[in-house]
Design a protein around this ligand. Structure first.
Ligand code: FNR
Length: 334
């Protein structure tokens, strides 16, 4: 509940560098709004919704169970895929399972991703998938959050090997995600040598777990608050070296951010903080309405860009400027 409260109070940043991406208008798009399909195909991951509700509620309690139920019903109503928060709590204490099980109960046929940290073993990963009949398993990387938490982990050895072992032995695809500090090209290169199906860049610029954890401690590690690979950069870097599905998340706040993520090469986009805010402020009805508007706005912009489906967006030109252009130049792109 601390995470939920501080995620809302610290709010979403605007440091993804999507504002340095300018789309190029097409005066002759040669299609109409009714020609737009939001359907996607993503190889082994088999995700079909271009937008998904990203992992948010780890840990039990009636409040988080209620929130997960709400998110699951909204996902069902709108056809969005959804990830649950870290299931480690329920693996340690079976009483916590209801928080996650409700998601499958409310949405029996939906695309649901399980979630664990990179400390998980193969057996824990299998149990997490079974718990909710998961269609895929997210494994999150959250070094900065752990370092900022006084009680957090201090040893990050062996994560890549555990991820590779999990990807080998699970019968569902594995997605590796960051939690708001992004995946660099170097990290993506390491992941490309494992059998995972997708990377979710979880870039910097939206929900900031250094700010959230700093709210919970006396001596603030403020140097981590502007750490991280901005989401727009992370999509480009990961795309270069990881040939499978690339999901974009971290600070996606509205349809234009989503469209820009697709133009930069993403296969689908995930929102956590923005949907959480909407769910807490507008309830289930408000969230469903908001998702409907997001989809409508995506259709409008895709029409103006002449892209009949999300996969076509990556052929649309874009102008990169300011900090984004500079960052990419310094990283060897021209
Ligand atoms: C998260 N996030 C998260 N991620 C994860 O893999 N496991 C988890 O248990 C959680 N828990 C969690 C709780 C709350 C309250 C929030 C807001 C977020 C991280 C989330 O999935 C996402 O990667 C980041 O929040 C960045 O995306 P946004 O929020 O900027 O869209």
């Amino acid at each position: 509940m601390d995470h939920i409260r501080f995620a809302v109070s610290t709010g979403q940043g605007r440091e993804t560098m999507f504002d340095d991406v300018r789309l190029v208008h097409q005066a002759l798009p040669s299609l109409g709004v009714e020609d737009i399909s939001l359907h996607i195909r993503t190889g082994d991951l088999k995700l079909e919704s271009p937008v998904f509700i990203n992992a948010m509620t780890g840990g039990g309690g009636t409040e988080t169970t209620k929130l997960n139920g709400l998110l699951a019903r909204a996902a069902k109503e709108t056809g969005l895929a959804m990830a649950v928060g870290s299931q480690m709590a329920a693996l340690k204490d079976p009483a916590e399972r209801t928080t996650y099980e409700i998601v499958r109960k409310e949405n029996p046929d939906g695309f649901i991703m399980g979630n664990l940290g990179s400390e998980a073993s193969v057996s824990q990963a299998q149990q997490a998938v079974e718990m909710i009949g998961a269609n895929a398993l997210q494994i999150h990387l959250n070094v900065i959050q752990e370092l900022t938490m006084p009680e957090g982990d201090r040893d990050f050895k062996g994560a890549l090997e555990r991820i590779a072992a999990i990807a080998e032995s699970l019968h569902v695809p594995v997605v590796v995600k960051e939690t708001g500090f992004g995946i660099s090209r170097e990290a993506a290169e390491k992941l490309a040598n494992t059998g995972i199906a997708a990377i979710d860049v979880g870039g910097f610029g939206g929900t900031n777990f250094a700010s959230i954890e700093n709210e919970r401690r006396a001596r603030k590690l403020s140097y981590f608050q502007d750490w991280g690979v901005p989401t727009a950069v992370s999509i480009i870097e990961v795309k270069e070296v990881f040939r499978k599905t690339v999901l974009a998340s971290g600070g996606i706040q509205h349809a234009q951010d989503a469209i820009k993520a697709f133009v930069l090469g993403a296969d689908a986009v995930g929102l956590a903080g923005a949907f959480l805010k909407q769910a807490l402020e507008g309830g289930e009805k408000g969230l469903i309405e908001e998702i409907g508007l997001l989809q409508e706005d995506m259709r409008m912009m895709m029409t103006a860009l002449g892209a009949a489906e999300p996969a076509r967006l990556r052929s649309c030109p874009a102008i990169l400027s300011g900090g984004l252009s500079h960052y990419l130049t310094m990283r060897g792109y021209n």
